[in-house]
Design a protein around this ligand. Structure first.
Ligand code: AKB
Length: 321
């Protein structure tokens, strides 16, 4: 049966690429994009689009009933850096939207939910390298606390009410198609824009801060794969560790410099350094690989090439045209 999908936060960094991929897979009319305001033109125009504030339960339920939605991808969230600036706003947005969707599933109004978690669920007391699926989790950021709490509720709703909720702990995601919005890993995208436009970049993390990262296409593939997997294969109902590569700002800089030899970098760590320091450097995602066959495809060299090619003026004209 073809699902009828609602994407909440469809104009955001992940949402916009996910919407296009899901429309290709299931047909434009079966993937309803929604966001608090209009954004990416292609997302808004290539299929049904609704302005929706997902903290408003009645408005959310209306959209779900009107389109006879069966699956919801809840991609709206306030990320780590912005949530540190607006703690209560971050907490309220991240938790209220999740509860609204979980309760609609509990009441039988939707069949399946995707909800993204993050490496931010881990904290300074978590083992830093090859962080296991099950380990100490004492997140030190508002965003991390909201994601860890969300994971507990997802597992609870699954066990107590049978809600089919599936989740991934995304690392930092890189894409040339969309701009990041308020995260700590955003430097890894900013650096490409600056390298191409100004040939110099001032990084807000220190040169040796190693963080788990992934090319967006891998993240979208993982999302679609976990949502398509047989329910019996989804053994973790909090959220799965998900990994591809890890690199430091200096390693990324050197990789870009191979293509743009005149590129220079300086380091001026700000409040985001403490956030990054509290997160793992690398993640053990063997459980996702075993349970539902996750595999990543892109390494640092490939990502660097794709990002530079994608952001070059020629490609931007092609993309807009
Ligand atoms: C952030 O930096 O806040 C996000 C994340 C790792 O969840 N990219």
């Amino acid at each position: 049966m073809i699902p009828k999908i609602l994407i909440i936060g469809a104009c955001g960094q992940i949402g916009s690429e996910l919407t296009i991929k899901l429309r290709l897979k299931h047909g434009n009319e079966n993937v309803i994009a929604s966001d608090i305001r209009e954004g990416d033109e292609f997302v808004v125009k290539s299929g049904p689009f609704e302005i929706l504030d997902a903290t408003n339960l009645d408005a959310l339920e209306d959209v779900i009933q009107y389109y006879e939605i069966t699956e919801v991808y809840l991609m709206a969230a306030m990320l780590s850096a912005t949530s540190e600036r607006f703690p209560m706003k971050g907490w309220n947005l991240n938790m209220e939207t999740l509860f609204n969707v979980l309760n609609l599933a509990k009441d039988g109004k939707i069949d399946k939910i995707f909800w993204p978690s993050s490496i931010a669920v881990f904290g300074p007391t978590t083992p830093k390298f090859d962080t296991p699926q099950h380990t100490i989790m004492e997140p030190a950021t508002v965003y991390g606390i909201s994601k860890q709490t969300g994971e507990r509720w997802c597992e609870y709703y699954h066990k107590r009410y049978g809600v089919d909720v599936r989740s991934l702990r995304y690392p930092g995601l890189l894409s040339y198609k969309t701009l990041p919005g308020g995260g700590t890993t955003d430097y890894a995208i900013d650096i490409f824009h600056e390298a191409l436009n100004n040939k110099t970049y001032e990084c807000f993390l220190s040169k040796d801060t190693s963080l788990p990262m992934m090319y967006m296409e891998d993240a979208i593939d993982a999302t679609i794969k976990i949502m398509s997997a047989d329910s019996k294969r989804i053994k973790v109902r909090s959220s799965y560790n998900l990994a591809a590569i890890s690199f430091t700002p200096e390693e990324l800089y050197l990789s870009i410099k191979n293509h743009i030899p005149e590129f220079t970098i300086s380091y001026q760590p700000d409040f985001r350094q403490a956030i990054a320091d509290s997160w793992p450097s690398s993640i053990d995602d063997s459980k996702a690989r075993e349970d539902w066959g996750w595999e990543n495809n892109y390494n640092l060299e490939e990502i660097t090439e794709i990002m530079i090619d994608g952001l070059s003026p020629k490609r931007i004209i092609e993309f807009e045209g």
